[in-house]
Design a protein around this ligand. Structure first.
Ligand SMILES: [Zn+2]
Length: 197
């Protein structure tokens, strides 16, 4: 029996939209949903959970992480949650969280190699294990987010959601994680308030 058979997606309470952040580092943060009541709060607890999460994100891993590799992924996730929730609240991230990201980034950068492509050259990742390459990719994406336009790092204002996302809209107008989820709930709530007023 494969890990997927042991843990079918239908049996866990997946959110309506799991990958809505627009950036993998933020989607990774959202795999822990402290404020979400409806969906499973932490979707990466066991090693097989990470493989399933990656698969749902469209990334096929050859094997599940070892317990140590999973612990490292969860430490990275905790640091990224600390950093990006701080930024979404216009606070400075904690030094310890930034230091952990720096360590991960240093390893990710050290694995970079120039590789030939059919059109020229690109930067590839020489880490042999797919799990390490994925962790590197998440760390690099977090580094790019931190050094990009911080106004675009936002958090859904719904009190029972608080998911992070990257606002790619031209005029920075994205407010909700998903218009047909928290956005609609807010519309309905405001409609009811007006109707009962
Ligand atoms: Zn939301």
């Amino acid at each position: 029996m494969s890990a997927t058979d042991a843990h079918p997606a239908a049996e866990i309470d997946l959110p309506k939209h799991e990958f809505l952040a627009g950036r993998i580092a933020l989607d990774f943060c959202n795999s822990l949903s402290p404020a979400r009541r409806v969906a499973l709060r932490d979707r990466i607890v066991e090693p097989a959970d990470f493989t399933s999460w990656a698969k749902r994100a469209g990334i096929v891993l050859d094997r599940a992480p070892s317990p140590q590799a999973l612990a490292r992924l969860r430490r990275l996730r905790a640091a990224l949650i600390g950093i990006f929730h701080a930024l979404a609240e216009h606070r400075a991230p904690r030094e310890g969280d930034l230091a952990l990201l720096n360590t991960e980034l240093a390893e990710a950068r050290a694995a970079e190699r120039i590789v030939a492509t059919k059109d020229g050259y690109a930067i590839g990742d020489s880490a042999p294990a797919a799990i390490d390459r994925l962790r590197h990719r998440i760390a690099r994406d977090a580094g790019d987010l931190l050094t990009g336009d911080l106004r675009r790092i936002k958090r859904c204002p719904a009190h029972d959601c608080h998911w992070l996302f990257h606002d790619d809209s031209k005029n920075l107008s994205r407010r909700w994680c998903a218009m047909d989820d928290c956005g609609t709930k807010d519309k309905v709530r405001r409609y009811r308030e007006r109707a009962s007023a």
